[in-house]
Design a protein around this ligand. Sequence first.
Ligand code: ZN
Length: 953
Amino acid sequence: MRLLPFALLASLFATVPLPGQRLATDSVRDDRAFSFYSRGPYRAGIPRPEQILGYDVGEMNTQFALQEKTLLAIADAAKDRVHVEAIGSSYERRTMRLYIVSSPENIARLDAIRADLDRLADPRGASQAELDAIAARTPAVVMVNESVHGNESPGFEAGMQTLYQLAASEEPATLDMLKNTVVVLNPSTNPDGHERFTVWYNSIGVRTPDTFSMEKDEPWSIQGRFNHYRFDMNRDVMTTTQREAQTLVRAMLRWHPMVAIDQHGQVTTYFFPPTAAQLNQNFDQSFVRWMEIFGRANASAFDRYGWMYYSRDIFDFFGPFYWDSWPSLNGAIGMTYETDGGGWKGILWRREDGSIVSFRDGIAKHFTTALATIQTTAEHHAERVRDYLAFRQGAIAAGRTEAMKRVVLVPGSDPGRAAELVATLLRGGIEVRRAKSGFGSARAHAYADDAVCSRRFDAGAYVIDLAQPQGRVAKAVLEPNAGFDSTFVRAQLARYQRNIRRGANAPREGYEFYDVTAWSLPVTFGVEAYWTEDVAGVDGDLLQLPAEEPALPQAQTSARLVGGELLPVDIASGIAGGVARRPQSAYLFSAERNGSARLAYQLLIEGYRVSSATRPVEADGKSWPRGTYIVRVARNDSTLPARIDALARESGVEVTGVNSAFSASAQYGIGSEMIAELKAPRIALVGGDGVSQTSYGAIWWSLERRYGIRFTPVAVRWLASGDLSAFNVIIIPDASGGALNGALGKEGADRLRAWMQAGGTLITMGGASEWAARENVNLTSSRLVGAGAERDTTGIPGATTDTAAAKARGREKTSDRSQAQDDLLATTSPSATNASPVELAGSHFDVALDRTHWLTQGYEQPQITVMMSGSSFFKLSKEGANVGVFPKTGKLYRAGFVWPNNTERLLRGTAFLIEEPIGDGHLVLFANDPMFRGWWRALDRLVLNAVLLGPAM
Ligand SMILES: [Zn+2]
């Protein structure tokens, strides 16, 4: 499953049957009347899965190599119907393959079909008659994706039965599916996570249905939901930071699915669309109609067995980063299916009513919906292909007529980061050009401050015109603020209004946000951007992505690895790196690029002496901003010139040689007292129970892959007993404050304090910061807003409302008014208060930076945008430095959902980033996860400054 809201997840475990309770017999199992082989006759000579596996599907979890062997054996015996494509590999080097299944006639002309699909996907330049002819002869493409969450394993098993059915059956309905569709089966989206789960589960499972059993409780280091780097790949589709997601998006852009199903688990009863109300505004009603068609078909397939299921309810369709919404923004009907049995529920699971749901049940149901979806597509194939074409054409037309027509990205002071953003867009099939000469716009909207004015852009700016076949997906990931579904927003506000009138101990109604509500990529990457209402001519070719991520980057001629990221050579060549001239005195490089931190780190661990200017300095008549890194010739050995040049090229950083330490006019030169000598960081990254897997994973991936920074993973409990002096930097990712408190207690906090007093730098994020601010822990003089028993009634309804909520309400004023009054509780409880922040679902706000503090070196703009989620707002530190603060006045809100009379009122004047000096060391406290999902790049240098500069300051 995507991840249930916490309240719901807790209720899953609320009722625990007594041990020894009567085991339900097989006679009440869902799959008692189900066979995988009821849709024959079947062709001889094609092996059934159990013949290769040695057991029936559903008896145990299948390891990757055995699934691979089974699928390849079936494909090999049915070459007339199955074409196999190896498309890439996982981080742990498991081969990812697509099984393309269709009729022998279609398989024989697969290249021609692919050419036709390319034409439909990019209809520009073809006449409508030509396109209609292509559409009429093209089968509809259905993609089936299995088990992106590796511990939701029924899909992984169902894939083998689905392939067998399509490869072997002579049933007329199956033959009709083959004739009218091309099925693209991806049997394992997350091979590494699935394997971790499977090997662990098989090693410990005893087939008990007891829900509290150890076999239903994966250890922290297993958690097969995530991939190797502990990314949730069902949040990575718009950014494709991960290798597996890159591979599959590339496959989707090659096969152009018109229907794409993503098979998950383990909910209480099966879920399939239509989805919940929150729909991304870049979809139209045609999409809703198709969800109804598929929903009815699945329902009727389930009703045959009397199986339970649900639709709508909690799974929304708002963020463009899922494996259902992203393909849908490409023109497919993307749908998430969630099965009940199996996966982390194990082979058997006892429901609350005592009945049993099994792994085989979960597999049978995915098999059934996969076939029902393929069959429904076959029955509607002509209409589906035409609608797909119409979607692509509509995207181009919308890019010409809607107000937002173009996005312009300005490379600015960190061209490497802008290039990473461009590479991200290119991986998603979005067309980007780089302007060869300057151009203008009469109405350009600045992302930074919403100002609208006429503007000139220089050569080198990146241009994304939304009048392109990928225009819908381009708009969804680039628009500064996604539009809300007004019905959904009204429903949440009504709950909120009721909640804040309730007594202190009365239960609250939950909210239905499924994930973050803001994600605009220029903002998360911190790249200067504009959207324009006009499209002046731009001279510049479309940029090309290198064909494939190569095993050895240096062997690739069309690409260059810069700062760990593979960039097309035509972009990478624009990022100068290396040493301009060999100096007498020192090498200097500015801290404004993300790559500069990488370069400084690599020099430090190779043993070179590196220092940092804490004030602006002058060298050879040129002034350098504070944070400039200085590598002195006389203090390093003769290997420095060659190494710094090579490392600077790898990092995409321009290094300047200076010949004199003399400062002609400025207060400080490069020999100044204001220069800090850096120490090589020795870093511990804390994981284990209580630490967020995805926060840990994003830091792991960023440090290892993007910055080449080494660290030692340590468990939370190690902090309570280990020798902390082995490290000078410890990072605790977002975590449960309660779990940290339980594992460390006051004694653990005191050990960390003593280590900081001796010079250590502790970095805490999100929930770990909340822990640091607890009274008993007291590592900071900041406390949470609402933590005390404050009385505050200013948020009680009747006052004014703000931003997104107000806009949504404004759209339908009259109906809203009467409805809202009916919904309100008649009484406001005497203990009602609105003094604590209400949970935020990932919204964007501005933060003012203290540009005299070392943590902000390399940031020369006065404010920066961050994401806040949850309800932990940090009051200003009384004794430390409040380095990043949500401004008391002026612009605060940027994007996403906020609660009227609560969020902005309580967030203003609180801290995002605190530096608490403790003895010779520091606590660096982030209110949230600054490297969130690897898609926040704008805040990397704040974290890297803490790592690189903390031990020296
Ligand atoms: Zn899932």
